[in-house]
Design a protein around this ligand. Structure first.
Ligand code: BGC
Length: 595
């Protein structure tokens, strides 16, 4: 079937615990619980005392620093159940899944050797409430023998467990620790404590309701040479890595995004380097980044490098002959500087054992057609093959970076028919082989294992593909009149056209970042920091090399790459990468899963 002609150009880029014994609760009123103690030979000792009732508990901690004096502390542990901290004192809290973090307040950050501090928190839970088995203080495990005994009687016990029957045993495993230097993990996200960028976090937290997500890990964008040392008050790369260590993080996500002739099929993220400036890319951009990555001070960090969004996919679909082809993409294909730049980056980073390379692989509504899928996989493979280290330089691929494609369409799939007509024949699907990102990512990975082997894993950027809110369908269509009507009623992706990529109206935050969510997927990640614009909705003078792309103008009627549809972009948007409060608010409102 044809139609392939449309797609080639049509999609453009994307935009883009010691206690072993559970203090079980039977129900009823406030009951006791246990206190346990974890002591560390070198780093720290934690006493964790709990008073719990059937749906919640209060924990009071004593944290003692057994090491050198510290100025600022971060205490981390992993809950084994669904405990969720709701409030803290003498500390600030954050939580990502089961991973909980308390950090000092401005006034209690200094802890001399053997000094203690007493943070505490309230939390909700259901089922069992096991006491965490291990803690880290500024990344140093608080290990040691555990002695637990209930302290403090119930305040108003009615029924329920009186006390743990068997005493806590010794801690066995806590959060996965860092591999010894030189170890390269299969999936760096397993057991990871990802870095939370305080620069983004502060902007998110300053928005009403923003503190609900301000502790999520997001991508650190090296989007120009100056970003390496820091721009506009934002941290430079070294400062980010140092802050990551202070947080006790063991993983940091860095986007490498400054190729010559960058963003060749669009204008909103054009970069500072001209199409021929490959030498500057190597010496002024990749070399200094590689030098920082290679610093032994950062050996405990798993450095995830997200390599050059949209670039290789653009060479496949927008570099000549297709409806949406551009002159700049043709030039970049001809001069080979995208391929050479990526090969150089892969080679340099692969030489550093704690760096993990993930190359950008667009998204389903760009590469999902057979005519793009195979050629894109081949170009990714031939590019890696030309790097020093070959296919081994690549740990995996990322899809949907900065884009809005739904993770999963719950009410139809590629095999769905309506009145005997395939959804592939709808205008929305347009003969694509995929209707959502998860199926695409898994299939694309399968195709790539041919060259790269079974160790590769996929990342999916779920920062803005939630599609919740009032317009989200709640079930399959009940009264459709034809296939277009059916798909339009069924789809949760509410964009006007799947080729639309700029500041999409109606979008929401997607799945929160987490490891190994599905087969073949290393992690769901938030690489595009929610609240950062995809591009200005009108021309804005700037010194970042950014152009004005009409796909960011809500009043533009579209081009060949989005089937000449309206853009669906939000009005009043600032330059790409700049804070866009209105979008951030809408993303929170339409979050799915809801916040
Ligand atoms: C922009 C970058 C920015 C990134 C993250 C890209 O579209 O071009 O400047 O750092 O988005 O927001």
């Amino acid at each position: 079937m044809k139609l392939n002609l449309l797609r080639g150009g049509r999609h453009p880029r994307l935009r883009r615990a010691l206690a072993a014994s559970a203090a079980l609760l039977a129900g009823g009123g406030m009951v006791v619980v246990a206190a346990t103690q974890a002591s560390a030979a070198a780093g720290c000792r934690v006493t964790y005392t709990v008073n719990q009732w059937n749906t919640g508990f209060t924990a009071n901690l004593t944290v003692t620093n057994l090491g050198d004096p510290i100025n600022g502390w971060t205490l981390r542990w992993t809950f084994s159940g669904n405990q969720q901290i709701t409030q803290s004192w003498n500390s600030r809290f954050s939580q990502s899944g089961q991973q909980a973090t308390l950090t000092n307040e401005a006034w209690n950050g200094n802890l001399g050797t053997n000094a203690s501090t007493n943070p505490g928190f309230n939390a909700s839970y259901s089922g069992t409430n096991e006491i965490p088995t291990s803690f880290t203080l500024n990344g140093t495990p608080c290990t040691g023998s555990v002695t637990g005994s209930p302290t403090g009687g119930p305040t108003s016990p009615t029924s329920g467990p009186t006390s743990p029957t068997s005493g806590p045993t010794s801690p066995t495993s806590g959060p996965t620790s860092n591999p010894p230097p030189g170890t390269h993990l299969d999936n760096p996200y397993v057991g990871a404590r990802p870095y939370v960028n305080p620069d983004w976090s502060a902007k998110a937290a300053a928005e009403p309701g923003g503190s609900r997500i301000a502790n999520q890990p997001t991508g650190i964008w090296m989007d120009r040479i100056a970003a390496i040392t820091g721009t506009g008050g934002a941290r430079g790369l070294r400062e980010h890595m140092d802050t990551a260590l202070q947080q006790g993080a063991n993983l940091i996500q860095v986007v490498i995004y400054d190729l010559p002739g960058r963003d060749c099929s669009a204008l909103a993220s054009n970069g500072e380097l001209g199409p021929d400036e490959i030498d500057r890319y190597k010496t002024e951009f990749i070399d200094p980044i590689a030098e920082i990555f290679a610093d032994p001070a950062y050996r405990s960090l798993r450095i995830v490098a997200i390599i050059e969004i949209d670039s290789l996919p653009n060479l496949v679909t927008n570099a000549g002959g297709e409806a949406g082809a551009t002159e700049m993409c043709r030039i970049m294909k001809e001069n080979g500087n995208y391929v050479k730049g990526i090969q150089y980056a892969l080679s340099k980073f692969h030489a550093i054992p704690n760096v993990y390379n993930y190359i950008d692989a667009a998204h389903h509504a760009w590469l999902g057609w057979d005519s793009n899928f195979g050629p894109a996989a081949d170009l990714l493979a031939s590019t890696a093959a030309g790097a020093v280290g070959g296919y081994d330089t690549v740990d995996g691929f990322i899809v949907n970076t900065a884009n809005y494609s739904a993770l999963t369409e719950p009410y139809f799939n590629i095999n769905t028919t309506f009145n005997g007509v395939s959804v592939r024949q709808s205008k929305w699907v347009d003969w694509n082989q995929y209707v959502d990102e998860l199926t695409f990512a898994q299939a694309f990975r399968q195709r790539l294992t041919g060259a790269f082997g079974n160790d590769i894993g996929m990342l999916i950027d779920t920062s803005r593909n939630g599609w919740g809110g009032p317009n989200r369908p709640t079930g399959p269509p009940t009264s459709a009149s034809n296939i277009d009507d059916f798909v339009n009623q069924a789809r949760i992706d509410r964009r006007i056209h799947a080729g639309n990529w700029c500041n999409q109206s109606g979008a929401g935050l997607g799945e929160r970042p987490r490891a190994t969510p599905a087969a073949g997927i290393d992690a769901y990640v938030w690489i595009k920091p929610p609240g950062e614009s995809d591009g200005a909705s009108q021309p804005i003078d700037n010194d970042e090399g950014k152009g004005f792309d009409q796909m960011c103008d809500p009043n533009y009627g579209g081009n060949a790459r989005n089937g000449n549809n309206p853009t669906g972009a939000l009005p009043n948007a600032p330059l790409s990468g700049h804070w866009f409060s209105a979008q951030f608010q809408e993303l929170m409102q339409n979050a799915y899963p809801p916040l």
